[in-house]
Design a protein around this ligand. Structure first.
Ligand code: SAH
Length: 459
């Protein structure tokens, strides 16, 4: 097994922690619902309204794509599967499984460096809310298994006839028993069992797997996908959220190519930075390099066009890439944006647009069997009628209640997080915040005010 823990790998792993602090901040402010993120954050920190809105837009756009994908795959009677590259402490599977009453809408494999998956597996083993869902899902998957289907995915007619049923079915074997909370557990037998091995950094269960994989080792990635029960022909969604940009292009392009060649019915969504060459972009690049996690991939994909080119060169049939500034306006449903915009007072419009222009989502598509067409999944497709995970507005955040509270909180927070507005407004020079992706350092860990520098948390 290839182990190549370079100095910057450790810093890059740290960006995961920063991202989760920001996601917790957002969920606590009511931007989106995430009941599980709290288990993965050691020290919570409230982020500024600018950062919260950036994370909201990132979350909302990626979630909308995922929901489109799940809806399209299920409408076609297929079992959707999702591969999360550099997943860190992503909680999406747990939230959607919970929202669906313990019957997860897709089979999931998450991979990351072993150091990260060890921590994640240990937390899953320790928290009953997390390993309880794995067990619930395993039971549901075993129950959803069509009689005599053995190792195969749910038969199309079964899924189509019961659209509300679990989309993830177990292979052979029985559903599992309990994790003991000690950090590792193994229960049940056969493909329906839940195995959590914190030391190995792995979780295996019928609908959710976590595996230690260095993405520079494609053999390990392929083996993990096979071990997770992935069917290369099934509709597959591959997510890379602030991951490939930390890799050398010579190492990230093969990942894109592997995915493009392996899955003929698939989408790959890549969220990351663009535009390193203007003043803001240069500052962003510089800040992250100083933090020990340089954006090694950015010179090769500095534009939306370069993102599309990488994807099609990697064997994907089609690609589309749009800035977060554009997606926020054109992709996210108007009412949802309005709801989010009422949560906190926000007047940093210039910074907002600048930051959002420096992030994008690139979307690749292979649609051999017509399962994931652009009319159903993509930036020009409508949001699914049934949206998941939108929180009810907290009472104090309702329309008409925001002005006073929001204004005070916003001002104080900006300072605490080291965001230098004066510099930021001056277009570029001091602006370099890594936003939608992990912005400022948490207060107390080095956010710099005095020099007017903004030190982003890269993630
Ligand atoms: N996708 C998550 C975490 C982003 S932080 C989120 O958006 O919340 C970036 C993650 O990529 C880290 O967890 C880091 O460990 C992982 N990563 C970066 N390079 C990697 C590699 N070569 N192999 C596996 N994981 C990698």
């Amino acid at each position: 097994m290839l182990r190549n823990v370079e100095g910057s790998d450790v810093q890059v792993q740290g960006t995961n922690d920063d991202a989760q602090v920001s996601k917790l901040s957002c969920s606590r402010m009511g931007y989106f619902r995430d009941e599980f993120i709290q288990f993965f954050v050691r020290r919570a920190s409230r982020r500024s309204p600018l950062i919260n809105r950036g994370y909201y837009s990132r979350h909302a756009a990626l979630r909308q794509l995922l929901e489109q994908f799940i809806t399209a795959a299920r409408a076609a009677g297929k079992q959707p599967q999702v591969l999360v590259l550099g997943a860190g402490f992503d909680t999406t599977w747990f939230q959607l499984a919970k929202d669906a009453g313990g019957r997860p809408p897709y089979r999931c494999l998450e991979v990351d460096f072993k150091e990260v998956t060890q921590r994640k597996a240990a937390i899953i083993a320790k928290e009953p809310a997390l390993h309880g869902l794995l067990q619930q899902a395993a039971v549901a998957a075993a129950a959803a298994e069509p009689a005599g289907a053995g190792e195969e995915a749910a038969a199309p007619e079964t899924a189509a006839a019961q659209p509300e049923a679990a989309s993830c079915s177990a292979g052979a074997g029985k559903a599992a028993a309990a994790a003991d909370g000690s950090g590792s557990s193994s229960s049940g037998s056969g493909a329906g069992a839940v195995h959590i091995d914190a030391a190995a950094g792995s979780v295996h269960s019928p609908c959710y797997s976590l595996a230690p994989v260095d993405l520079r080792d494609l053999g390990a990635l392929e083996a993990a996908a096979a071990a997770a029960g992935f069917d290369t022909q099934a509709p597959t969604y591959i997510l890379s959220e602030c991951v490939l940009v930390y890799m050398d292009p010579a190492q990230s392009s093969p990942v894109v190519g592997w995915a493009g060649r392996t899955f003929p019915n698939a989408l790959m969504a890549i969220y990351e930075q663009i535009r390193p060459d203007d003043a803001f972009g240069r500052q962003m690049v510089c800040n992250l390099a100083e933090r020990g996690c340089p954006l090694k991939g950015l010179p090769a994909t500095p534009t939306l066009q370069a993102h599309c080119d990488r994807l099609t060169a990697g064997g994907w049939a089609a690609a589309d890439a749009r800035s977060m500034d554009s997606l926020y306006r054109t992709f996210l449903p108007h009412e949802e944006r309005q709801r989010a915009e009422r949560l906190e007072i926000f007047d940093e419009l210039e910074e907002w647009h600048m930051i959002q222009e420096h992030y994008c989502i690139a979307l690749a598509r292979n649609d051999r069997d017509g399962l994931v067409p652009p009319s159903a999944v993509g930036f020009d497709a409508p949001a699914p009628a049934h949206r998941l995970s939108l929180p009810a507005l907290p009472p104090q955040m309702g329309p008409g209640a925001t002005a006073g509270a929001g204004a005070g909180a916003g001002a104080g927070l900006s300072l605490g997080l080291g965001l230098s507005l004066g510099q930021g407004r001056g277009v570029g020079a001091g602006a370099g915040a890594g936003l939608g992706a992990g912005l400022m350092r948490p207060s107390g860990t080095g956010g710099v005010m005095g020099g007017g520098r903004v030190l982003p948390n890269a993630d």
